[in-house]
Design a protein around this ligand. Sequence first.
Ligand code: ADP
Ligand code: CDP
Length: 231
Amino acid sequence: MESTAARTAPAVIVAIDGPSGTGKSSTSKAVAAQLGLSYLDTGAQYRAITWWMVTNGIDVTDPAQIAAAAGKPEIVSGTDPSAPTITVDGTDVAGPIRTQEVTSKVSAVSAVPEVRARITELQRSIAAEAAQGIVVEGRDIGTTVLPDADLKIFLTASPEARAARRSGELKGADVNATREALIKRDAADSTRKTSPLAKADDAVEVDTSDLTLQQVIECVVTLVEEKRAAK
Ligand SMILES: Nc1ncnc2c1ncn2[C@@H]1O[C@H](COP(=O)(O)OP(=O)(O)O)[C@@H](O)[C@H]1O
Ligand SMILES: Nc1ccn([C@@H]2O[C@H](COP(=O)(O)OP(=O)(O)O)[C@@H](O)[C@H]2O)c(=O)n1
């Protein structure tokens, strides 16, 4: 049964953007779970379309080929923060989208305007359907996908902190190589023409370098509760 808090709290839309390894996914999932909101990992959607391109022999160095195929795969995201899911044409791709191959190709695929238009439309419809509200994390949520979000957060962290976190996840990965790969992907994502990685003017910036994950979660929960109270 729905709780009284969930029934009475107004729906709230939260956009969390930032570069890789700043804590977007961990923070967004925890905040959504704690506040009874839906959760959407938009990076997983770009990874899923990239996986489909690679699997179907599309040359990802050719934007025309990517653009022509952009409408073909059907991507479905499950938005329960305690068990988020991602499928492409009915296949669970949660594992395959995290491979090194997909990670190294996702920036090229996600820079193609036809890909962004398709995925942006999907993201907006998912956000519109979230009855209690949603936490959406990515690179261009506050600037482009949901410019009217109730709360926008931009997470940052030093390249050293981000590389240490990521190489901790990828067991045995070299920290320096991870750091270089992150910097390269951030540069590609920040300099593309269509909706680059950027902080919205009205976003709250949080540097997570010296904060624990729990501190970041508490900070964002407090900001969401303040917004909800003011609605
Ligand atoms: N503030 C933090 N302090 C230490 N580790 C963190 C912090 N935030 C996230 N992490 C860890 O860093 C890794 C990357 O976090 P993630 O949420 O996937 O980042 P992003 O979604 O921005 O790429 C995860 O292993 C996560 O547990
Ligand atoms: N809103 C978004 C989210 C991700 N992306 C792209 O998708 C890639 C993977 O995003 P991600 O959030 O899974 O990356 P990680 O930081 O988790 O490694 C990014 O490097 C961007 O190229 C994007 O272009 N726009």
